[in-house]
Design a protein around this ligand. Structure first.
Ligand code: HEC
Ligand code: HEC
Ligand code: HEC
Ligand code: HEC
Ligand code: HEC
Ligand code: HEC
Ligand code: HEC
Ligand code: HEC
Ligand code: HEC
Ligand code: HEC
Length: 321
C-alpha cells in the first residue's frame, strides 16, 4: 500500500546503463538465461564462476568475492540469494561484493586473515556501521540519524543481519512484530487488549504506521502529505473530503479521538464514554440543554446513535447521516 518510495539509488559511480542491464537481466533470469547468470557473476551455491572471471576481480586493494569465499565459505554460500549480490556490477563489474561493506581486503588476505585489516560491522561502533550502510542507503533512509533509534545508539545491524537474517524479506534479525517486541515490551500489552490493530495476527504491521528509519514526526510516525493518511490509506471511508467536515478530524487528527494500538473500546476510542469524549470540546452542548432530552439521556442514547457520520457528512451539518 505504501510501496511508493523510490527504489534504492546508488550514489556511487554505478554506470546507469549497467543498472538497466541488470534489471533486464533479472527479468530474463526468470527464463533461466545462462547468459545473464554469467553477466551477474552470481555464484549459485558452490558453482564458482569461470577462472577468467576470478582473475578479472583483483584490482588494486580489492581482491574480489571469489577470493574472500575461499576462506569464508559460510558467508559465501549464503550470499548468492542476498540482494547485495547486485553489487557485483559496481567497481567496473569486477566481482567485488564483500568489500563494498568490509572495505578493501587485500591487506587482510595478505596477512592470512589479519582481523585488524578488515572492517567487521559486528564489532564496529554504531556510527561506523551507519556511515557504511548509509553510504548507499541514505537515499531511501535520509532521516535515520535524527531518529530515536539512532539517538539511542542503535545501528542498522541492531535490526538487520546481512549474513544470518532470520527473516529474508529486508534481511531482518526477526520478523515483525517479534523484532520490535524484543525491545518494546511496554507496547506489547496494548496489542493483546480486547480490541486492537491485528499486528500479532499479521494483518497490520508496525511499519504500516511507523518508519523505524526516522521521520519528521514524533514517535517515528511515517510522514505523509496529510498526516491522517497514515490511517486513511486503509480507512478510506473516513478520508473525505466531506461537504460538512467535523473540524477536529482535520485539526486534531485521528488521535484526537482514537488510540492507535489497542483499547477496551471497540472503536479504539481514547475515552471509554462517548459523551465524555464529545463533551471535552462540546461542553456547552450538553444533551440536557441543547437537545432537550433530559439530563443523563446521553448515557442511554449515546451521541453517535444520532450523529452517526461523526467523521463528516455530505448531507447533514450535524452529521446525522
Ligand atoms: C586466507 C584466508 C582468508 C581470506 C582470503 C579472507 N579472510 Fe577474512 N578472515 C580470515 C581469518 C583466518 C579470519 C579470522 C577468523 C576468526 O578469528 O575466527 C578472518 C576474519 C574476517 C572477518 C572478521 C573480522 C573480525 O574482526 O572478527 C571479516 C569481516 C572478514 N574476514 C572478511 C573477509 C573479506 C571481506 C575477505 C575478502 C576481501 C576475506 N575476509 C578474505 C581469513 C581469510
Ligand atoms: C551489505 C554489506 C555486507 C556485504 C556485502 C558482506 N558483508 Fe560480511 N558482514 C556484514 C555485516 C553487517 C556483518 C555483521 C554480522 C551480520 O550482520 O550478519 C558481517 C560479518 C561478516 C563476517 C564476520 C562474521 C562474524 O562472525 O563476525 C565475515 C567473515 C564476513 N562478513 C564475510 C563476508 C563475505 C565473505 C562477504 C562476501 C561474500 C561479505 N561478508 C559480504 C556486512 C556485509
Ligand atoms: C529498529 C529496527 C531497524 C533499524 C535500526 C534499521 N532498520 Fe531497516 N528495516 C527495518 C524494518 C522493520 C524494515 C521493513 C519494514 C520497512 O520497510 O520499514 C526495514 C527495511 C529496510 C530496507 C528495505 C526497505 C526500504 O525501505 O528500502 C532497507 C534498505 C533498510 N531497512 C536499511 C537500513 C539501514 C541502512 C539502516 C541503518 C542506517 C537500517 N535499515 C536500520 C528495521 C530497522
Ligand atoms: C555499496 C552499496 C551498499 C552498501 C554499503 C550496503 N548496501 Fe544494502 N543494498 C545495496 C543494494 C544495491 C541493494 C539491493 C537493492 C535492490 O534490491 O533494489 C541492497 C539491499 C539491502 C537490503 C534489502 C532491501 C529489501 O528490500 O529487501 C537491506 C535490508 C540492506 N541493503 C541493508 C544494508 C545494511 C544493513 C548495510 C550495512 C551493513 C548495507 N545494506 C550496505 C547496496 C548497499
Ligand atoms: C534493539 C532494540 C530495539 C528494537 C529491535 C526496536 N526498537 Fe524501537 N526503540 C528502541 C529504543 C532504545 C528507542 C528510543 C528510546 C525510546 O523512546 O524508547 C526506540 C524508539 C522507538 C519509537 C519512538 C518512541 C518515541 O517515544 O518516540 C518507536 C515508534 C519505535 N521505537 C518503534 C519500533 C518498531 C516498530 C520496531 C520494530 C520494527 C522497533 N522499534 C525495534 C529500541 C528498539
Ligand atoms: C495503526 C497504526 C500503528 C500501528 C500498527 C503501530 N503503531 Fe505504534 N504508534 C502509533 C501512533 C499513532 C503512535 C503515537 C501515539 C500518541 O501520540 O499518543 C504510536 C506510538 C508508539 C510508540 C511510542 C509511544 C508509546 O506508546 O510508547 C511506540 C514505542 C510504538 N508506537 C511502537 C509500536 C510497535 C512496536 C508496533 C508494532 C508491534 C506499533 N507501534 C504499531 C501508531 C501505530
Ligand atoms: C494497514 C492498514 C491499517 C492502518 C494503517 C490503520 N488501520 Fe485501523 N484497522 C485496520 C483493520 C484491518 C481494522 C479491522 C480490525 C479487525 O477487524 O481486527 C482496523 C480497525 C480500526 C478501528 C476499529 C474499527 C472497527 O471497525 O471496529 C479503528 C477505530 C481504527 N482502525 C483506527 C485507525 C487509526 C486511528 C489509524 C491510524 C493511527 C489506523 N486505524 C491505521 C487497518 C488499518
Ligand atoms: C471527533 C472524534 C473523532 C475523530 C477526530 C476521528 N474519529 Fe473515528 N470514530 C469516532 C467515533 C465516536 C467512532 C465510533 C462511531 C460508531 O461507533 O458509530 C469512530 C469510529 C471510527 C472507525 C470505525 C468504523 C466507522 O467508520 O465507524 C474508524 C475506522 C475510524 N473511526 C477511523 C478514524 C480515522 C482514520 C480518523 C482520522 C482520519 C478518525 N477516525 C478520526 C470519533 C472520531
Ligand atoms: C477535539 C474536539 C472535538 C471533539 C472530541 C468532538 N468535537 Fe464535534 N466539533 C468540534 C469542533 C471544533 C466543531 C466545529 C464547531 C464550529 O464550527 O462551530 C465541531 C462540530 C460538531 C458538530 C456540528 C455542530 C455545528 O455547530 O456545526 C456536531 C454535531 C458535533 N461536533 C458532534 C460531536 C460529537 C457527537 C462528538 C463525539 C463523538 C464530537 N463532536 C467530538 C470539536 C470536537
Ligand atoms: C436523539 C438524537 C441525538 C443525540 C442522542 C444527540 N444529538 Fe446532538 N443533535 C441532534 C440533532 C437532531 C441536532 C440538531 C441538528 C440541527 O439543528 O440541524 C443535534 C445538534 C448537535 C450539535 C450542534 C448544536 C448546535 O448548537 O448547532 C452538537 C454540537 C451536538 N448535537 C452534539 C451532541 C453531543 C455531544 C451529544 C452527546 C452528548 C449529542 N449531540 C447527542 C441529535 C442528537
Amino acid at each position: 500500500m505504501h510501496r511508493d518510495r523510490p527504489v534504492t539509488q546508488l550514489p556511487i559511480g554505478a554506470a546507469p546503463r549497467k543498472w538497466l542491464g541488470l534489471r533486464a537481466c533479472l527479468m530474463l533470469m526468470l527464463g533461466a538465461s545462462v547468459m545473464c547468470a554469467t553477466a551477474l557473476g552470481a555464484s549459485k551455491n558452490g558453482t564458482k564462476p569461470a577462472s577468467a572471471k576470478a582473475a578479472a576481480t583483483a584490482s588494486g586493494e580489492y581482491v574480489g568475492a571469489d577470493t574472500c569465499t575461499t576462506c569464508h565459505d559460510a558467508e559465501g554460500k549464503g550470499f548468492a540469494s542476498n540482494p547485495h549480490t547486485k553489487m557485483v556490477m559496481l567497481h567496473g563489474d569486477s566481482g567485488v561484493t564483500c568489500e563494498n561493506c568490509h572495505g578493501p581486503g587485500k591487506a587482510h588476505v595478505d596477512g592470512g586473515g589479519d582481523v585488524s585489516k578488515i572492517f567487521n560491522p559486528a564489532k564496529a561502533s554504531a556510527q561506523a556501521v551507519n556511515d557504511k550502510c548509509l553510504s548507499c542507503h541514505a537515499g531511501t533512509h535520509p532521516n535515520f540519524l535524527r531518529s530515536p533509534h539512532a539517538k539511542a545508539g542503535m545501528s542498522c545491524v541492531s535490526c538487520h543481519s546481512v549474513h544470518a537474517a532470520k527473516e529474508q524479506a529486508h534481511l531482518l534479525k526477526a520478523a515483525q512484530p517479534t523484532l520490535c517486541f524484543q525491545c518494546h515490551t511496554d507496547v506489547k500489552p496494548a496489542f493483546s487488549m480486547p480490541f486492537h490493530h491485528r499486528v500479532n495476527e499479521g494483518l497490520v504491521t508496525c511499519s504500516d504506521c511507523h518508519d523505524v528509519h526516522g521521520s519528521f514526526e514524533n514517535n517515528n510516525l511515517k510522514t505523509t502529505a496529510d498526516q491522517n493518511m497514515i490511517c486513511t490509506k486503509c480507512h478510506t471511508d473516513v478520508r473525505g473530503p466531506f461537504v460538512f467536515e467535523h473540524a477536529p478530524v482535520k485539526a486534531e487528527g485521528c488521535l484526537g479521538c482514537h488510540t492507535p494500538h489497542g483499547s477496551q473500546n471497540a472503536r479504539l476510542l481514547n475515552m471509554p464514554n462517548i459523551a465524555v469524549l464529545c463533551n471535552q470540546c462540546h461542553s456547552p452542548v450538553s444533551a440536557a440543554t441543547v437537545h432537550g432530552m433530559g439530563a443523563g439521556s446521553s448515557a442511554i442514547q449515546p451521541c453517535i446513535s444520532c450523529h452517526t457520520m461523526i467523521h463528516g457528512s455530505n448531507f447533514s451539518p450535524a452529521f446525522i447521516r
